[in-house]
Design a protein around this ligand. Structure first.
Ligand code: GLN
Length: 384
């Protein structure tokens, strides 16, 4: 079916999330595979969207984004991380973080430029790199701590490197980049004149008091980093497709050049609602409540997995638990769906360079689900 697709893109096949969700639905399985909440976003967000729809916000927003949302994002970066961000020159609103990442790659890469990716990584990154004409260079990390091997990283980053993509907190590992890792990334980028894309969509999902460290807060990274985030995870609205890229003016100008010709702008009323919600979240206990609720969900899932034939990683962030099975993860997940009617993602799907290596046996479970959903999954895992 993909004979019309460019040969360089055919190997990526169908997204693992679509594939497993389809299998889960067909089997009547509880979907702990695809990361989407099965609960409602905050009322304040939905009400703000309703108000925006009734206030006549139906036409294009400015291409760079609704001013209320850009101000809110800049305010958030200052309040949460002490970062000075100019809402006029440094913030671009996009159709989800996915567009922000793809637009940045399209903006920065010439054919043949290398992009360093840390494995395991989200499936969009290698695809977008190849689609933009780039060449992925992978730095693998391993269960359970998935620490960056700084020597391997240094060997991967060369003068051919145009971009390094990182994701912290990291999907699918649940780990966070440390200050030392971020500094090393910045020094390498600086030495080789490369740019950083830091996908921080899980910035508000961290546990046990582990702080999220924004890459752009490091001096070595500040002038070279495009920070990407979105409403999807923080406000439980993955279908809204509202994301953003925050970067110094010259980098933002490059991203904006592509964005204006890809989507021109993201949905206007949803942008406004996101702006209202971010402002409101900043003045109350929204983020603390989110952390508390997700900590409970994580602990229910960890308890549900305890005692199975899996080694369990403890996530410091994101809404994923990474586990390891002593065998083939693809077969394990197939059996899990068929016999226990619980779906997860085979972790080798997040490795692109040698799937039999450190990805073999990894199984990712998502806990962005109601407590009762997670408990029901636990029951099924135990009795079947
Ligand atoms: N980001 C989500 C995950 O990792 C799902 C993304 C998707 O469905 N494309 O599960």
């Amino acid at each position: 079916m993909t004979e019309l697709l460019r040969p360089s893109l055919r190997g990526f096949g169908t997204s693992i999330f679509s594939t497993v969700t389809e299998q889960a639905n067909a089997a009547g399985a509880i979907n702990l595979a695809q990361g989407f909440p099965d609960f409602e976003p905050p009322d304040a967000l939905v009400n703000a969207a309703s108000e925006a729809l009734h206030a006549g916000l139906h036409q294009y927003a400015p291409s760079i984004g609704d001013p209320v949302l850009r101000e809110a994002i800049a305010g958030h970066q200052k309040a949460a991380y002490g970062l000075d961000v100019d809402p006029v020159t440094d913030v671009t609103v996009t159709a989800g973080a996915s567009e922000a990442i793809t637009a940045t790659l399209l903006a920065l890469l010439e054919p043949g430029d290398e992009v360093v990716l840390v494995e395991p990584c989200y499936d969009l990154y290698p695809y977008a790199v190849v689609a933009a004409g780039g060449v992925p260079v992978y730095v693998p990390t391993s269960f359970p701590d998935f620490a960056l091997d700084l020597d391997r990283l240094a060997a991967a980053v060369t003068d051919r490197t145009r971009v390094i993509i990182v994701n912290t907190p990291t999907n699918p590992t649940g780990q966070l980049l440390s200050a030392a890792e971020i500094r090393a990334l910045g020094e390498l980028a600086d030495r080789h004149d490369a740019y950083l894309i830091s996908d921080e969509v899980y910035e508000h999902l961290t546990y046990d008091g582990t702080p999220h460290l924004p890459v752009a807060a490091d001096e070595a990274c500040r002038d070279r980093t495009v920070t990407v985030s979105s409403v999807s995870k923080t406000f439980s609205a993955t279908g809204w497709r509202i994301g953003w890229a925050v970067a110094p003016p010259a980098l933002s100008a490059a991203v904006r050049s592509v964005h204006q010709f890809v989507t021109f702008t993201a949905p206007t009323p949803l942008q406004r609602a996101a702006g209202v919600m971010i402002d409101q979240a900043g003045t109350g206990d929204y983020y603390a409540t989110l952390t508390a609720e997700y900590t409970e969900r994580r602990d229910i899932l960890l308890a549900a997995l305890d005692g199975l034939d899996l080694e369990i990683g403890r996530p410091a962030g994101t809404y994923f638990v990474m586990t390891r099975y002593d065998g083939d993860d693809v077969g394990y997940v197939r059996d899990l769906i068929a016999t226990r009617r619980v779906a997860a993602i085979p972790g080798s799907a997040f490795y692109y360079d040698g799937r039999t290596g450190p990805g073999r046996g990894l199984v990712r479970f998502a806990f962005c689900k109601r407590a009762e959903t997670l408990r029901a999954a636990g029951e099924r895992l135990r009795h079947s």
